[in-house]
Design a protein around this ligand. Structure first.
Ligand SMILES: CC(C)(COP(=O)(O)OP(=O)(O)OC[C@H]1O[C@@H](n2cnc3c(N)ncnc32)[C@H](O)[C@@H]1OP(=O)(O)O)[C@@H](O)C(=O)NCCC(=O)NCCS
Length: 221
């Protein structure tokens, strides 16, 4: 079964806050293709997509690890330039990331959803599973959610987030946390998705000290 969500402009593209009803309907289609057309939001300067592109969402398999690793590294380099040391970004390795993703796919409760163009080019992903920090009072952790810059701020991240949440809830996990850099301009995304800052911790990146915020969701359903 296919859902085609044709978006006709930037205002429509912004309509991504999920109602419970919408999220419940997404659940029925986890694992099946969902499509969404996106086009550049010129008002926000995202003009690099020459034409509207249709984006499909699906659950990822271990075979997607290399493509997802490329997105992860490219998104870091595009999104966090000037925020974390350039030497850290330069050293990021697609091969290392791919190896780490392949390993993760063997973990219990691990799941990843990807967004791709109709030419099967992966442009974004979100993965989640068991908490890595077992002392936190949450049943799941959102490990990462990354999009290539050209596809940001058009609702794709919101859709990936919703698919991940529905999948966790379906498997009996009703609370979640995520770690994100306090210096990140993207942290508002988690607030928009209903997360609240519940803690903060220090992290070293490229030899410099940063603060990570912990966003928590007490009830996902
Ligand atoms: C964070 C990310 C996954 C969000 O996905 P997205 O598709 O760009 O976000 P959406 O279009 O679904 O945005 C949903 C809402 O989140 C908020 N938001 C998203 N990006 C934002 C930004 N850069 N600044 C402020 N608010 C933002 C907005 O409220 C937005 O709604 P609006 O456009 O109606 O104002 C994506 O921008 C990304 O990959 N960023 C770089 C990597 C990153 O920071 N990942 C998270 C690291 S833990």
């Amino acid at each position: 079964m296919w859902i085609a969500a044709e978006l006709v402009g930037c205002d429509a593209a912004k309509r991504l806050e999920r109602t419970r009803h919408e999220r419940a309907s997404l659940l029925s289609f986890v694992g099946e293709p969902l499509t969404r057309s996106v086009r550049p939001c010129m008002a926000k300067g995202n003009m690099r997509n020459a034409k509207e592109q249709e984006i499909t969402f699906r659950r990822a398999t271990v075979a997607d690890s290399a493509a997802v690793a490329r997105v992860h590294v490219q998104s870091w380099r595009e999104s966090f330039k000037g925020i974390v040391p350039q030497s850290f970004l330069d050293k990021m390795s697609v091969q290392d990331r791919a190896r780490a993703f392949r390993k993760r796919f063997h973990d219990d409760d691990y799941r990843m959803f990807i967004a791709e163009t109709t030419k099967n080019t992966v442009i974004g992903f979100a993965d989640s599973g068991k908490p890595r920090q077992i002392d936190r009072p949450y049943q799941a952790e959102l490990y990462a959610i990354y999009l290539l810059r050209d596809f940001q701020r058009q609702g794709v991240g919101g859709k990936l987030f919703a698919l991940g949440v529905e999948s966790l809830v379906a498997d009996g996990m009703n609370s979640m946390y995520v770690l994100t850099l306090e210096a990140s301009p993207y942290k508002s995304f988690y607030e928009k998705m209903g997360g609240r800052v519940v803690d903060r911790e220090a992290i070293m990146i490229g030899g410099l000290k940063y603060t990570e915020l912990v966003y928590g969701w007490n009830s996902l359903s």
